[in-house]
Design a protein around this ligand. Structure first.
Ligand SMILES: [Zn+2]
Length: 126
């Protein structure tokens, strides 16, 4: 009798402990997702100056932190030139159903590429 009581209490406390460990994780879910989002950066290139920036995703054209003009476009990587260029937005690419071509070497540009070495970081708020 004593042993089975002890087992019930053990089971209950294990379940309680499991709930205690799980519930805060569920609660922290949305804020974790937001933190992940903030860490996700994207490359932008100023169509006016060619300056490369990295920052959290935002709608383009976005304001340049230097001039304030709406000249920041999504960055597209050319593996042949080994450079990031200002390119069209994703919506435009999805509409035309093909990747933009490099204006210098006519190679298809890539959305992903090595992080630009000399990129300035965009402020979080526009
Ligand atoms: Zn190229």
């Amino acid at each position: 009798m004593e042993i089975s009581n002890w087992r019930v209490w053990l089971t209950a406390s294990v379940l309680l402990l499991a709930a205690f460990l799980t519930v805060p994780r569920l609660w922290s879910g949305p804020s974790r997702a937001a933190a992940m989002n903030a860490e996700r950066t994207m490359v932008f290139v100023c169509s006016e100056t060619g300056t490369v920036y990295t920052g959290i995703p935002r709608t383009t054209p976005a304001a340049s932190p230097v001039t304030g003009n709406q000249t920041l476009m999504p960055g597209w990587y050319c593996p042949r030139c080994n450079k990031w260029y200002a390119g069209p937005g994703m919506e435009t690419v999805q509409r035309s159903r093909r990747a933009p071509l490099c204006e210098i070497c006519r190679q298809p540009l890539l959305v992903e590429g090595p992080p630009p070495a000399m990129a300035a970081t965009l402020p979080v708020t526009e």
